[in-house]
Design a protein around this ligand. Structure first.
Ligand SMILES: [Zn+2]
Ligand SMILES: [Zn+2]
Length: 241
């Protein structure tokens, strides 16, 4: 160990094949905040300041698929964290025009919107809201020190109870997939996004040929016809991760 050398070169040194561990805690995400007035209501919409250039969301029959690169993964995780904590905002991720990775003929590109159930937002209004956004102001999000801590076992068992209400609902309207929940509902599966940021890079460099993905449960297991079970599949792009 050469202390003098490390003092004059404080940045971590990377050897080939080794990556500096990425942390979700403290991650910064550049966004814009806009407003749209619709009748008596003003909607607050948060969007990424930089467009997604890789990730596209494709909606299939039983799942929605996103193929992510590292930049996408960080933005998705920061957006999920922000949405959990923003009961009065609509988090809008334009995901209709990225790369063709993960494209399928039968699947249509969709945007993703994350919002709280208590907002009572009518998804039928989304097209009008999206078209009426004004005054985008830059806003930097910094993910807090302990994002998505592990939940106690009792929390995981609660899902099997009939009165369990902290599942994520979903809807589609205007080429947009809406994921709607409580803070608990977003937080319950937040650890998946943390893994996407913190664990996928190391796993991918160790086993580059292995499929790496997260599956986020949407809807309710069983026979809820209004909100059937589906999932959001986010995979590391084989070619661009
Ligand atoms: Zn998968
Ligand atoms: Zn790709």
């Amino acid at each position: 160990m050469n202390d003098d050398r490390s003092a004059s070169h404080p940045a971590p040194t990377m050897t080939s094949g080794e990556e500096a561990a990425m942390r979700l805690a403290g991650l910064r995400w550049e966004t814009t905040v806009s407003e749209a007035r619709l009748g008596p209501t003003t909607h607050r919409v948060i969007q990424p300041a930089r467009a997604f250039t890789h990730a596209t969301l494709h909606l299939h029959d039983r799942y929605a698929g996103i193929s992510a690169d590292k930049t996408d993964a960080a933005a998705l995780a920061a957006a999920w964290w922000l949405a959990a904590r923003s009961p009065r905002s609509i988090v809008h991720l334009p995901l209709r025009s990225g790369s063709a990775c993960d494209a399928h003929d039968d699947a249509r590109p969709h945007d993703l919107v994350l919002l709280h159930r208590t907002l009572g937002f009518r998804t039928a209004d989304w097209k009008a809201v999206r078209g009426a956004l004004t005054r985008p102001r830059p806003h930097t999000i910094e993910v807090g020190p302990e994002p998505f801590p592990e939940l106690p076992d009792v929390e995981h068992h609660r899902i099997h109870h009939r009165e369990f209400n902290d599942h994520l609902r979903w809807r589609t309207a205007a080429d947009t997939l809406f994921v709607i929940g409580t803070r608990t509902a977003f937080d319950r599966q937040g650890h998946l996004f943390r893994a996407l940021v913190e664990e996928a890079p190391a796993d991918r460099s160790r086993y580059p040929a292995t499929h790496w993905c997260i599956e986020v449960d949407l809807g309710r297991k069983g026979t809820d016809r209004r909100n059937p079970s589906m999932y959001l599949h986010v995979e590391c792009c084989d070619r661009h991760w």
